[in-house]
Design a protein around this ligand. Structure first.
Ligand SMILES: *Cc1c(COP(=O)(O)O)cnc(C)c1O
Length: 392
């Protein structure tokens, strides 16, 4: 019935043969059986196509939740970012300012378009983009007569960046704000969900995200013309009418009806899944409170989903996050160091950077613990015990 269950049963068999405890994943999909109903409905309706009623419903639900006019469901978050940048009018050579402390997918679409990423440091309060480093970048470019076209701000590990402040800066400097909310679906700032602040906002339903359709994403837009254009570009830019007429360079970026059904079933559980992840975070916090570590802070103005439980080792710890991850791996537990800043990636060696050492420091001391929303107590205890044994 539950594919994840069958899969983990098989894993158990293999690890049993190898005399290893069962693997604990960083953020595995959490299925509870309700998915099968909606996927069956999609199959029964015979809409086995990249179109269909499940997509329309999914889009309505996503738009309503985020209080935006339009949601366009796509086959990945990366595709959504790519379309956002095209709609923002990004051309070869343009400058796009981007969070440095994030997954590489936040920045790669800048390069797809031949534009130049400029990376901005994180702040320690939210681990999101530092507003003063952003301001500094905008001012510095103005001094030399260059106008950056867009800002991509990533909300990392379930937590919104200081979006009100960043939005204000973008409005003041007339730069298009793109919100990469791939990791923070369901997070809130006051009464507003994250994903509601960008001119364009991006969601991801990849396998390890809080809500998954196995693969998928969405682009959130208020402007109707932009939304129409996004839909056109996502469907090979086929102009309306019988003949295949193409004026624009399009892509095959639409989600399938089957995956939209899976996404809908998962999205319906969003609140519950956030509660489970936040609970797990507090339990780790309680069980590890005596160690020389600091859990990821939550700023007063935001409510994180705690998609991943993240922490930093205190500077006097004699082990590195890398060594801890390796030690956990020995016990078949998947952990991950915090994001390596993008301006430190070989791919982006030549990119400009504004800021100090916040992202770098998070990378050198930060790590993520297994954070699945259906983790059993015994599994959590195994993580806690192993982690403890590695800290010195
Ligand atoms: C997962 C992720 C993406 C990309 O989403 P996909 O659906 O995997 O293409 C983009 N940005 C961030 C910050 C992510 O974590």
């Amino acid at each position: 019935m539950n594919p994840a269950f069958i899969f983990s049963g098989y894993e158990g068999l293999i690890s049993g043969l190898m005399n290893q405890p069962e693997r604990i994943y960083l953020s595995p999909p959490h299925l509870d059986g309700d998915e099968i109903e909606l996927v069956k409905e999609a199959l029964d309706s015979n809409w086995i196509a990249p179109a269909g009623p499940q997509i329309e419903e999914f889009e309505k639900e996503l738009a309503a939740y985020h209080q935006v006019q339009h949601a366009i469901a796509l086959n990945s978050g990366t595709a959504a970012l790519h379309l956002a940048l095209i709609l923002a009018g990004i051309k070869p050579g343009d400058l796009v300012l981007c969070s440095t402390f994030t997954f590489i997918a936040s920045a790669n679409p800048i390069k797809y378009l031949g534009a130049q990423p400029v990376f901005i440091d994180a702040e320690s309060e939210s681990w999101g983009m530092c507003p003063s480093a952003l301001q500094n970048a905008l001012e510095s470019y103005q001094h030399i007569g260059i106008k950056p076209k867009a800002v991509i701000v990533a909300n990392v590990y379930g937590q919104p960046a200081n979006l009100p402040r960043i939005k204000e800066l973008c409005e003041h400097w007339d730069v298009i704000l793109i919100e990469d909310n791939a990791e923070a679906l369901g997070a809130e700032l006051g009464n507003r969900p994250s994903g509601a602040f960008g001119i364009f906002s991006v969601l991801s339903f990849n396998g390890n995200k809080l809500v998954t359709s196995s693969g998928g994403g969405a682009l959130l837009i208020n402007d109707s013309e932009h939304a129409e254009k996004a839909l056109l570009l996502a469907t090979q830019a086929k102009e309306p009418g019988l003949g295949y007429t193409h004026r624009h360079l399009g892509f095959n970026y639409r989600i399938s009806n089957i995956l939209a059904a899976l996404g809908r079933a998962q999205f319906a559980k969003l609140k519950h899944r956030i509660m489970l992840r936040r609970d797990l975070f507090s339990q780790y916090q309680q069980q590890l409170s005596d160690l020389p570590i600091k859990f990821m802070p939550e700023p007063s103005w935001a409510r994180s989903t705690r998609w991943l439980t993240c922490l930093t080792l205190s500077p006097d710890c004699r082990v590195s996050p890398q060594e801890i991850c390796e030690g956990m791996e020995q016990e078949n537990i998947e952990c991950r160091p915090a994001w390596k800043p993008l301006h430190r990636q070989p791919l982006y060696r030549d990119a400009e950077y504004f800021g100090g050492m916040v992202a770098e420091d998070l990378f050198h001391r930060g790590l993520c613990l297994p954070s699945g929303s259906d983790m059993a107590e015994a599994e959590r205890n195994r993580v806690v015990t192993t982690f403890r044994s590695l800290i010195h």
